[in-house]
Design a protein around this ligand. Structure first.
Ligand SMILES: Nc1ncnc2c1ncn2[C@@H]1O[C@H](COP(=O)(O)OP(=O)(O)OP(=O)(O)O)[C@@H](O)[C@H]1O
Ligand SMILES: [Zn+2]
Length: 681
């Protein structure tokens, strides 16, 4: 099977250099090959600005030199005194500015001991010029005069004042020349015909995309979710005949390097359709309106060759929630975003263009993007678990000769927290090492050395330390075990110690049926479950960590609601004491509020006691879940209950949903300060 060998070898920033010298806002693949567009040198903006500043400063220096270099600036009084003393040889007048030479050096009136023969001065407008002229002629001063416009200093001044205008003009010309390269035709920008429409995108790869689902490993669930899209792209008529509506947009979310871009290309490869890809930030130009017309153009091209895929990477760059900041580029971003929304609204699904967008930060996206008919399908791509990492390692070692001592399964186990991009990088580093060492095959040592090099060389933690994993596992197992043991709690659906965004791990519980009202028992079990992570750390380690912040927020919210809003405390009685929102009015007396706090505390304390007791009594089950978690990293419902040695008592089998927004779900996610992956890129 064909695959792009070079692409496989790249690390997490594989696309970086490409993007940098790519003049066009998008790339397309899978179109018939055409003549390559002439490469235009990319303007380095920082250097450009620095040069400009330097030139500016230079002008200032030079002009000030011309004005005062070697001459003494004297007062008008001083000047007339020299004239009366008949010590002035000649003057040179330009408007009211006068430069001149003295016959004999005069002492500097300010410092006293410095002497000068050249001077300059300004004649006040209100000076008696006739009288001055007479004095000058009678003193025999040679007078030279020039019209104001011939002034050398004036030219310099003119240049200086014109510089910003010249600068803008230069920018404009550069911009137009640049746009002319990949844009043609008229229309795009109102009166500025020639801007904003692009020529057919030049293919990067001739023929079709040569990546398919075989190249994407360890995220089978995600592939399954996208299989429908592939099927639709392959046979749009099949769906069209039935009038079926397919998603126009799919949003891939997940940490950097988990294969979102790869996945989008694989969808195109599987479906054998052209692939257009663009980084969202590349749409945004200095000049308002260009991003929008590029978007329009991109969709036009894609529609021409439909069925096709448009991939927009880092959509958060333009898709951030609107309003709020009004920093520069705001308008442009908004217009570009609006254009994307318009395009997606405009084409009906039957046109066969599917937009796939990727982001690491779905939470900051404008909700408008996620409405039906736009990116109405969100697919979460998370970092791979141990099995997933093994599968990815297998993909990336397909073309690499491995020595017999290499144990990929072992390597997969020792790289928790690594993403697909990290693993691809690891294999490549090992191959480089082996080549440097003159070996024909990659040996186990090359891989371990490469791993060490990566661990030392990257600032972010690539591999999660074993101790941290164990602690996270205990924390999650604590939540999960209490969820399994407390009779009123919702069944546990999934436990994971794979980091996800800022979360170190997650335990997911969903009820079997929809619940509309919650009784006190259920709420108490929720609190017990939420405290389970902290309690487990207390039981096992004797200390607790900051990881329980989210848990405690949930606990406080529920307990305060029980006391202050739902009448579940006999001491307070059935009264609404606390407003349902933060800005609501508080009407209770301070003593009542204090009582609410005490009651809240009592409930939480009682629940924490329960959590500690249950976990201590069931320590063996807790340890067993932790062992299973460390082994597999994620446990589904059946595996979780099996590990705990518990029946899924009374719980009806419900379809497991991993989409957390569905239904009343309790998730216990641990905030991890250390685990912010990726960072600025
Ligand atoms: N699941 C995977 N299977 C195989 N290779 C993978 C996988 N995930 C990532 N890779 C490798 O890592 C490289 C980079 O991944 P990709 O660019 O698709 O990640 P991404 O999620 O789009 O990251 P970003 O958010 O930084 O754009 C891929 O080209 C591929 O070599
Ligand atoms: Zn927790």
């Amino acid at each position: 099977m064909e695959r792009p060998a070079s692409q496989e070898r790249k690390g997490p920033n594989a696309e970086g250099p490409d993007r940098d010298d790519e003049p066009k806002p998008w790339r397309s693949e899978g179109l018939p090959s055409g003549p390559p567009a002439p490469q235009r040198p990319k303007i380095n903006w920082r250097r450009f600005l620095i040069t400009l500043l330097a030139v500016y400063a230079g002008f200032f220096l030079i002009s000030s030199f011309f004005d005062t270099g070697g001459t003494e600036t004297v007062s008008y009084t001083q000047f007339t005194r020299q004239v009366q003393a008949k010590n002035v040889k000649d003057i040179y007048a330009k408007g009211y500015s006068v430069q001149g030479d003295l016959k004999n050096a005069a002492k500097d009136p300010d410092s006293g001991d410095r002497s000068y023969t050249k001077f300059s001065t300004e004649i006040p407008v209100f000076a008696d010029k006739d009288q001055l002229y007479q004095q000058l002629t009678s003193a025999g001063v040679e007078i030279k005069a020039e019209p104001v416009s011939a002034d050398r200093g004036f030219f310099v001044n003119l240049l200086l004042s014109l510089l910003p205008v010249l600068l803008l003009a230069g920018l404009w010309i550069w911009f137009i020349r640049r746009s002319a390269g990949n844009m043609m035709g008229g229309g795009g920008m109102g009166g500025l015909g020639g801007l904003g429409r692009s020529k057919a995108a030049t293919p990067v790869e001739a023929g079709k995309v040569r990546v398919d689902f075989d190249d994407v490993a360890g995220i089978d669930e995600v592939e399954n979710e996208l299989a429908e899209v592939v099927d639709y792209l392959k046979e749009p008529d099949k769906y069209r005949r039935l009038g079926a509506k397919l998603p126009k947009g799919v949003l891939l979310t997940g940490p950097p390097g988990t294969g979102k871009t790869l996945l989008a290309r694989a969808v195109a490869g599987e479906a054998d359709v052209p692939f257009f890809s663009a980084g969202a930030s590349e749409f945004i130009e200095m000049i308002v309106g260009v991003g929008a017309s590029r978007v329009r153009e991109l969709f036009e091209e894609a529609r021409k060759v439909a069925p096709s895929i448009i991939f927009i990477d880092e959509i958060d760059a333009i898709g951030r929630a609107r309003g709020g900041s009004t920093v520069g580029g705001h308008d442009e971003r908004e217009q570009t975003l609006n254009q994307i929304l318009t395009e997606m609204d405009g084409f009906t699904g039957s046109e066969g263009v599917i937009v796939i967008a990727a982001t690491n930060r779905p939470e900051i996206l404008d909700p408008a993007l996620l409405r039906p008919g736009r990116f109405d399908r969100t697919v979460m791509v998370s970092a791979p678990d141990a099995d997933g990492r093994l599968a990815i390692l297998k993909v990336h070692t397909r073309g690499v000769p491995l020595a017999d001592d290499v144990n990929l399964a072992q390597l997969a186990k020792s790289t928790p927290g690594m993403t697909g991009a990290d693993l691809a990088n690891l294999v490549n580093e090992a191959a480089l090492l082996a080549a440097k060492r003159g070996n024909a095959k990659v040996r186990a040592r090359d891989l371990t050395d490469a791993l060490e090099k990566i661990l030392l060389g990257t600032a972010r933690a690539v591999v999660i330390p074993q101790e941290e994993r164990r602690r996270t596992a205990y924390h999650e197992a604590g939540h999960a075990l209490l969820g399994m043991l407390q009779p009123g709690a919702d069944p546990v659906r999934k436990i994971s110690i794979i980091p996800r965004g800022r979360a170190l791990g997650v335990t997911l519980s969903t009820p079997d049926t929809d619940r509309y009202a919650y009784d006190e028992k259920y709420l108490r079990d929720r609190i017990v479950g939420a405290l389970g992570g902290m309690a487990a750390e207390q039981v096992v380690y004797g200390v607790i960590t900051t990881g329980a912040e989210n848990d405690l927020e949930q606990v406080t919210l529920i307990a305060r609601g029980m006391v202050g809003r739902w009448g579940m405390s006999s001491r307070i009685g059935p009264l609404t004491i606390l407003p349902s929102s933060a800005d609501g009015q508080l009407t209770a007396a301070p003593a009542t509020l204090a009582a609410v706090d005490e009651e809240t505390r009592r409930i939480v304390d009682e629940c924490y006691e329960v959590a500690l007791r249950v976990l201590t009594e069931n320590r063996d089950r807790l340890d067993a879940i932790v062992a299973a978690l460390l082994e597999h990293e994620t446990l589904g419902e059946a595996e979780a209950y099996a590990a705990a040695g518990l029946p899924r008592g009374g719980h009806v089998d419900a379809p497991v949903s991993t989409r957390e927004e569905e239904g009343p779900v309790s998730t216990w996610e641990e905030e991890g300060v250390r685990r912010e992956r990726g960072g600025p890129r």
